[in-house]
Design a protein around this ligand. Structure first.
Ligand code: NAD
Length: 273
């Protein structure tokens, strides 16, 4: 009888930003529960260690790696340490990203500075490019294919724009296109790349919101609730696992349907027969 642990048996996964209290930690835990060994990169040493310990507590190998993804050389070192600690890399998950979590403004474009714009692109897309370069090389050399999953955002992939967070939306939209390009470039090597694009999710950043704000937010979501970190983790496990072996270049919205919700014009004016 197959169990959850047969979903990713012994696969070696590198999670960048896997130590966070929200989505990152849920992804790390979900991968370990699915049978994977996990290297966790985080700028916060205690978080990297706690996440790696949580993997070990599930009977899998957990490798903590402390690195700042804003530093290109640090990323190369981190990927090499993950490869050495796990004995190879079968999958990469990029989690780090955000806007307000980094103290960036939520405001109209004309108030933004160049430094703020660059920072948002740094922590949402440039590090992914750098991590990809280092990891793809390893995967191609291994010759056994691989899976890559990046965490996007409905701010960059839903049909609507992202007012007051233009840089964030633009970076995540760029990431979505990068996913498609990598899927095309590396498909012949058996390497797949997909994106999980969350809508509003219950994390520390949004926990402090007043109940009325949460209620108003939920009312705009077809499923009438924000996502939970585990909802995002479940989708990541699927896409990183062999269950998704014929899925590549896709953007999977895990957003309660918010990306397909748009007001319909009032069709009652057409009338019926
Ligand atoms: N929370 C939401 O509502 C929401 C909605 C849509 C998309 N997302 C996306 O989900 C992802 C995770 O967001 P989250 O808020 O749940 O984060 P999280 O709580 O999972 O934490 C992310 C981790 O990244 C680490 N980190 C930060 N800067 C780093 C750096 N320079 N180097 C290495 N590690 C670093 C942090 O220490 C933290 O542990 C992001 O890509 C975000 O854009 C979140």
């Amino acid at each position: 009888m197959p169990t959850a642990r047969d979903i990713m048996p012994g696969l070696r996964v590198l999670v960048i930003g896997g130590g966070g209290g929200g989505i990152g930690a849920a992804i790390t835990a979900g991968l370990a529960a699915a049978g994977a060994d996990v290297a966790v990169v985080d700028v916060d040493e205690a978080r990297a260690k706690a996440a790696a310990d949580s993997v070990a507590a599930q009977g899998r190998r957990g490798v903590p790696v402390v690195a700042d993804i804003r530093d290109g050389a640090d990323i190369e070192r981190a990927v090499a340490r993950a490869r050495d600690g796990l004995g190879g890399i079968d999958a990469l998950v990029t989690v780090v990203g955000g806007l307000m979590a980094f103290g960036m403004p939520f405001d109209r474009l004309d108030t933004w500075t160049d430094d703020e714009w660059d920072f948002v692109f740094d922590v949402n897309i440039r590090y992914v490019y750098r991590a990809l370069k280092a990891t793809l090389k390893i995967m191609v050399e291994q010759g056994t294919g691989g899976a890559i999953v990046s965490i996007g955002s409905d701010a960059g992939t839903a049909g609507h724009g992202s007012p007051n967070m233009v840089a964030y939306g633009a970076a995540k939209a760029g990431l979505a296109h990068l996913v498609k390009s990598i899927a095309c470039e590396y498909g012949k090597d058996g390497i797949r790349m997909n994106m999980v694009s969350p809508g509003a999710t219950e994390t520390a950043a949004t926990a402090a919101l007043p109940a009325a704000t949460v209620a108003a937010m939920n009312a705009t979501i077809p499923l009438r609730r924000r996502g939970k970190p585990e909802d995002i983790a479940n989708a990541v496990v699927f896409l990183a696992s062999p269950l998704a072996r014929h899925v590549t270049g896709q953007i999977l919205g895990v957003d309660g349907g918010v990306s397909v919700e748009s007001p319909m014009p009032d069709l009652s004016v057409i009338g019926t027969k």
